[in-house]
Design a protein around this ligand. Sequence first.
Ligand code: NAD
Ligand code: AHE
Ligand code: ZN
Length: 369
Amino acid sequence: MDVKAAVALAPGQPLSIEKVQLEGPKTGEVLVEIKATGVCHTDAYTLSGKDPEGLFPAILGHEGAGMVVEVGAGVISLKPGDHVIPLYIPECRQCEYCLSLKTNLCQAVRATQGRGLMPDGTSRFSLGGEKLYHYMGTSTFSNYTVLPEISLAKIREDAPFDKVCYIGCGVTTGIGAVINTAKVEPGSKVIVFGLGGIGLNVIQGAKMVGADMIIGVDINPKKRSLAEKFGMTHFVNPQEVVGDLVPYLVDLTKGGADYTFECIGNVKLMRQALESCHKGWGVSTIIGVAGAGEEISTRPFQLVTGRVWKGTAFGGARGRTDVPKIVDWYMDGKINIDDLITHVMPLEKINDAFELMHQGESIRSVIMF
Ligand code: NAD
Ligand code: AHE
Ligand code: ZN
C-alpha cells in the first residue's frame, strides 16, 4: 500500500515528505495505523549522523500511538481495532533477558532492529523501488507502519492518541528511571541535569515518589517555570554559577545528592552528575545518549568512595506489561502529560518540530496524522 511518511534521506538534511510503499505484515507482524507521534531528541540525534546505528534512507520516529489494521499469521495477542503503543524495546517474555527479570532489554529482535530491518532480515518500506530502513523497530513518522507483535503494547481505547504517544518514550523513560532504575525513596535529594522532554518527566517521577529536594540544572532559563510546576524546588543555571558546578551542587545539597540523572547526552555533564552525588551512597543514572566515539570518565576514587554509576533505557520499563499501566496513570490523573506537549502539528510540518527542539522552544512536539 501507499503510505505518507517523513523520510530521512541523508544525515543532517531535513526530512522529506514522501509517498512510500509499505508491504503488509508477515508472520508474527502487525500493520498499525499511526495516529500521533512525538518527536524525541533521539530522533534528532540519529538524523544528525552521530548515531553509530544510524542508517539512511530511513523512516525515523519511535514515540507513537495508533490502531491495529491487520495482523500477520500467528499473531495471537492483537486484533484489528486494538489501540497500541509501539515499543522500541520489545517484551517477548521468552528470551534469556526477559526471563531473568533483571532487565527490560529484551533481545528477541535487537540484532535485526539495529540494522534497520524486520526480524526476517528484510524491510517493509520502499521508495520508488529503493529500500528504506526501519528505525528502532518502530518508524512512527509514517501514517502506517509494520512491527513485530512483541513490539506493541495494547492500551485502553479511551486514551487519547495525541497525548499517550509520549508514553512510547519520554514519559516512561523519565518516570521509569526514577522508579525502576534509581528506585528513589521518599525524602531524597535529587538533581536533574537537563529540563527537556525527559528531564521534566524525571522531575515528575521524583515528586511522585516523595523526594524532598528536586534541583533542576539547565542553561535555558525558559525551562524554569514549567519545571517548578512539575515539582522542581531549586533551579541552577550553570552559566550563572561562579566557580565549578560540582562543589556548588554538593554545597546546595549539604553533602551531595542521593540521586542524580543526566538527561542531556553530554559526557562532561555525566561526570558532573556522578560527582554531585553523596559520598558513600549517591546514585547517578545516565539517560542521555552521547554521540559516536564519546566516552565518560571520572576518578575511580569517586566509585571507590561509594558513588554508583547506572544507565537506563526506556526507564527500565517492560513495555507490554508497564506501558498500559502508565496509560492508566495518565487517565486517572496521576501524571501530567498535557502540559509537556507544547506543540502539535501535521506531518508536513515535522521539520519545524526539530527546529523548535534545537531552539529550546518546545518540550514535546506531537505530530498528528
Ligand atoms: P531535549 O532537547 O528536550 O532536552 C535537553 C535539555 O538539556 C534542554 O532543556 C537543554 O536546554 C538542556 N541542555 C543542553 N545542554 C546543556 C548543558 N550544557 N547544561 C545544562 N543543560 C543543557 O531532549 P530530551 O528529549 O529531553 O532528551 C534528552 C536526552 O535523553 C537525549 O540525549 C536523548 O537522546 C536521551 N533519551 C534517552 C532515552 C533512554 O532510554 N536512555 C530515552 C529518551 C531520550
Ligand atoms: N543507537 C545508539 C544508542 C541509542 C540509545 O541509547 N537508545 C536508547 C533509547 S533512546 C530513546 O529515545 C535505548 O533504548 N537503547 C537500548 C538499545 O538496545 O538500543 C548507539 O549508540 O548505538
Ligand atoms: Zn526517545
